[in-house]
Design a protein around this ligand. Structure first.
Ligand SMILES: [Zn+2]
Length: 435
């Protein structure tokens, strides 16, 4: 299908009549033509008289054989309308209106990628770097050559001046697979046209994805239909999956939908005393073997995903039902987690308020003192943290939580590079009561 005709045109530089080859349609079987497209030279003509290179584009259709895609380049509105019509009766997969996109599409398909995923990737990168680089107009997919001669796929930012090679972002297939896993469901359900897949298309697709987070949820087996253990495991797995998601919204929607259900399951299986209060610290059986693992894992993933509202909620639910006799450690662990969640979600002032209330509830508690030292440490107020550590170490503490306190003080001194004090706190910790 790679037949050409010869036309005569006027050289745009010297005006002399020159002969040019034109392909109304062609495919990727011919290596020389393929290379020309990839290099962005397909529409280039060299004038034999004035020896200048000019880009003289014309409407054409390129058949990319490896993925069996038909890419149409429309040089004018009439050609564009004609291609749109052809696409309706199938035969055209993509229409582009600039020659750079024409080359880019050919290269994307030749590299084995879905151009829709690449456009989404480009748009995400554009949004990510836009503040830092307002001069970027967008990104182009290209295959770059590394220093060791190997080829690497990359996104190249461009400005009105051209490509900024030095700022190219190399990526591997794994990244594209991740994006596919995340966006395929939105692409499948996207009601808009995929005839012109460009930055504008990607923007609309991303908007659609954000407005239809429920599509991801519908894809899952409802937790109600699973037995309890499978339900909790599915919940945890899903959170792991969503943590790497570029949209926090979908994780939030999923949490909102299922959190209470999961808590009910955990509560049902948790060990309880005769008054139906939750027990945590008991080491001997019969303890439902899963519950402590569930709670630990959930707490970890919620914090890692910075879902502090839910991490706090999980701690508060446990705190409300905890059996305080003999559950001092679990109780204080929960309080400490709530304090940190407040710090990360609402800031230092709110955290200080919570701490003051806690100090009133348990005056002189080593657990509370340790949490206070920790709070100033995570707030990077080393001076204050060190002062607190000095003060608390010289005071007798009421509670058995002193090993916590010495541990916190050790951390602070280590941060402050106070080696002598680190050793002192270490000795105290080793001789302290075991919590
Ligand atoms: Zn010329």
């Amino acid at each position: 299908m790679t037949a050409y005709k010869v036309d005569r045109i006027a050289c745009p530089v010297c005006g002399k009549s020159i002969k040019v080859k034109r392909y109304p349609a062609f495919d990727s079987a011919k290596q020389s033509v393929r290379e020309k497209i990839f290099q962005g030279m397909f529409f280039h003509v060299r004038c034999p008289f004035c020896k200048t290179d000019s880009e003289i584009p014309y409407s054409t259709v390129y058949h990319e054989l490896s993925q069996d895609k038909f890419i149409a380049y429309a040089a004018d509105d009439a050609a564009y309308q004609k291609f749109v019509k052809e696409a309706e009766e199938e035969g055209i997969d993509r229409i582009v209106r600039d020659t750079r996109s024409f080359s880019e599409k050919a290269l994307i398909f030749d590299s084995g990628y879905d151009d829709r995923i690449i456009e989404i990737f480009k748009k995400l990168m554009f949004d990510l770097h836009h503040k830092e680089h307002p001069e970027y107009l967008g990104y182009l997919f290209n295959v770059g050559v590394c220093e060791d001669g190997s080829e690497s796929d990359g996104l190249f930012p461009y400005t009105t001046e051209g490509i900024v090679e030095a700022q190219a972002l190399a990526f591997n297939r794994l990244k594209i697979e991740q994006l596919e896993n995340e966006f395929d469901i939105y692409i499948d359900n996207y009601p808009g046209s995929c005839l012109e897949v460009d930055q504008n298309w990607a923007q609309n697709l991303l908007k659609f994805a954000q407005e239809h987070q429920d599509l991801v949820l519908e894809d899952e087996i409802p937790l109600d239909e699973l037995d309890d253990t499978d339900a909790v495991n599915a919940f945890v797995d899903k959170l792991y999956e969503l943590e790497g998601n570029l949209y926090d919204d979908s994780a939030a929607a999923y949490l909102k939908k299922n959190f209470d259900k999961i808590w009910a399951i955990i509560r049902k299986h948790a060990k309880k005393d005769e008054n139906d209060k939750l027990l945590f610290d008991i080491e001997e059986d019969p303890y439902d073997e899963y519950v402590p693992n569930w709670l630990e894992e959930l707490d970890m993933i919620l914090n890692n995903a910075r879902a502090y509202d839910y991490s706090r909620k999980l701690s508060e639910l446990q705190l409300k039902e905890i059996n305080l006799d003999g559950e001092r450690l679990a109780y204080h662990n929960l309080k400490r987690n709530i304090l940190e969640c407040i710090y990360y979600s609402e800031g230092m002032d709110a955290a200080k308020q919570y701490l003051q209330q806690w100090q009133k509830e348990e005056p002189g508690s080593a657990y509370v003192a340790a949490s206070e030292v920790d709070l100033y440490l995570i707030n990077h107020d080393l001076e204050k943290a060190e002062k607190l550590a000095d003060r608390y170490l010289s005071m007798p503490m009421k509670e058995s939580g002193d090993s916590w306190l010495y541990d916190s003080c050790e951390n602070v001194y280590r941060e402050c590079r106070q080696d002598a004090k680190v050793r002192q706190a270490e000795i105290l910790r080793k001789s302290s009561s075991i919590v």
